[in-house]
Design a protein around this ligand. Sequence first.
Ligand code: GDP
Length: 184
Amino acid sequence: MSAVFLGSFVAPNSLPHQKQPRVAFLGRSNVGKSSLINLLSGTKIARVSKTPGKTQTLNLYAINERWIFGDFPGYGFARVPEQQRKLFQMLVNRYLNEDHFKYAIQIVDSRHPAMPADLELHEWLLSSGLKHLVVLNKSDKLNQKERNATEKQALVSFPGAAIIFASTLTKEGRREIDKILSNL
Ligand code: GDP
């Protein structure tokens, strides 16, 4: 396993040109985007924060010289100023519309799988025609009954997406996500 930090980016036109397939990790602050990047890369390269809402940059990592992972700023935590929202959308658009873009991984908290910001992002991904996966993270926090309820709700809330339960603690979901990435 190898992971190289390529930098933190705020402006859409500063993104580096890399030829590997790009994957975007999107989701509200604190859902486990950085933790998932660490799990999938088998490294500790992405900073896992205890303070929600801190990351305001797009952090790029070259993983195993095979993929570029983009750890996007968390959305939906507190109120994001309109101007920042716009910049974020431009950054996402730019990253996702480059030739090498392949896949979006939307991470949601499996205890609260259908927050308004999550539904909004999902709709936007659908309308942009981007292939994507919804990861229901922190599955370790659910009992079987809650898990069933979450699954039901997710199927209704995220039509048209593949859906996988995951936990960066128990490593649930890692193999399935690895498999998807290997086929990009
Ligand atoms: P990000 O803001 O989306 O990048 O989220 P982080 O990766 O920084 O994680 C936020 C917090 O959630 C940290 O305290 C992590 O240790 C914790 N966390 C991440 N994934 C899981 C998980 O699968 N299960 C549990 N119980 N905690 C997790």
